[in-house]
Every structure is written in C-alpha cells, then in structure tokens.
Ligand binder design. Structure first.
Ligand code: GAR
Length: 207
C-alpha cells in the first residue's frame, strides 16, 4: 500500500475544477488527503466550498505584495506548511516565477482550457473561435517556467459548432475539464505518471 498522498489545490475564483477533484477523491476514496485549498484572492468563491467540506483554507492575497518574488515566496511557505506531494493549479490565475516553479517541478499540475500548444494565455475560447478551429478542448500538464507549457498529462477534445459563442464553447470545454482533471490527479496519486524524455507516460497500476 502506497503512503497516503497530500494534495494542495490553488484557486483564484469559483473553483469548479477544485470541487470536481474533491468530490471524486471523496466518492472514489482516493488514497490522498486534500490538505488545503489556497487562494490568491480573499473573495474566491471556491474557498466556501472547501471550508464546508472540512478542508483547510488559506489566502495569500497577491495585492498585498509589492512584486512577484515576494508573493511567490509567501505562497510557497503557505503551501509547504501542508507538505504536499502534489500542487494542483485549478483556475489559479497568476504567472509564477521560475524559482517557485522549479521548487515544485514534477509535482505541480495545471489545467488550461485549450488543446496546448494551441492558444496559451487568456481568452482561449475567443482565440479558438477567431482561429476557426473545428476542434477545441482542454489540457492538463505539468508546470514548467514557460506559461501554459510543460509535459502533457491528458487532453480532451470537443467539437466547435458554427453557431458557438465564447460562452457555449466554454461550457462544453468545462464539462470535459471536470472529468479530465480528477482523472489526471488520480493517475498521479496512484503513481502512474512517468516523465520520459520530457513526455508523460501513463503506466499500469503498480501491484
Ligand atoms: C477553468 O476553465 C480553467 O481551465 C481556467 O480557468 C477556469 C477556472 O474555473 N484556467 C486557466 O485559464 C489557466 N490559464 P474554475 O475556477 O471553476 O475551476
């Protein structure tokens, strides 16, 4: 039996991906503890959900810090207090410094609402509509210092319809996010993700 894994989830807003992970972990009895949910915004809606599920919450308010270095240092202290095996960025809308990312190399994941490497950055659904792609989607990846870049753990695709708006497309993608992210986190917890030559391989369940 593998040791129980500690997870810390970072959010900036409503936290529906965090909720999907918490629910899956509880319902499927994952071998992990969601040790904390941490937000850079005190008003993040997701904090209420976490607290109501008995999960420790913390706020490291980005607006209280003069620069990225001092914010990331404070955030790292807050995270490491919970001794995480995995840090999960779930709608955490901050650009992170290289020392911070390096500290969690191989144990920090992000979800991005596009099929990377297409459409990094913001307004991904608008970018997809403007490009006229017929397929769009979502990516879960390990975090590297380059924004929205890093070894891909999992992707899911959705069709783009001619009459789609940003909102209808975002909803279709979000539905997939809520399935994909819990699956990817579970693979990590079960020890099934291996980095080989900078690419992620999914291995069989260890005996
Ligand atoms: C999600 O769509 C996530 O993929 C996106 O923010 C949303 C957060 O929703 N993340 C990014 O754009 C990261 N660059 P949630 O708070 O309900 O999970």
């Amino acid at each position: 039996m593998r040791a129980m894994r500690n997870i810390v989830i970072l959010i900036s807003g409503r936290g529906t991906n965090m909720q999907a992970i918490v629910r899956s972990a509880q319902q499927q009895k994952w071998n992990c503890r969601i040790a904390a949910v941490i937000s850079n915004r005190p008003d993040a809606k997701g904090l209420e959900f976490a607290a109501s599920h008995g999960i420790a919450t913390a706020v490291v308010a980005s607006r209280d810090f003069a620069d990225r270095d001092s914010f990331d240092a404070a955030l790292q202290t807050a995270i490491d207090h919970f001794v995480p095996d995995l840090v999960v960025l779930a709608g955490f809308m901050r650009i992170l410094t290289t020392p911070f990312v390096d500290h969690y190399r191989g144990r920090m994941m992000n979800i991005h609402p596009s099929l990377l490497p297409s459409f990094p950055g913001l307004a991904t659904h608008r970018q997809a509509l403007a490009a006229g792609v017929k397929v769009h989607g979502v990516t879960v990846h390990f975090v590297t210092p380059d924004l929205d870049h890093g070894p891909i753990v999992a992707q899911a695709a959705v069709p783009v319809f001619p009459n789609d708006s940003e909102q209808t497309l975002a909803e279709r993608v979000l539905e997939q996010e809520h399935l994909l992210y819990p699956q990817a986190v579970r693979w990590f917890i079960d020890g099934r993700l291996q980095l080989v030559d900078g690419r992620v391989q999914l291995t069989d369940l260890p005996l």
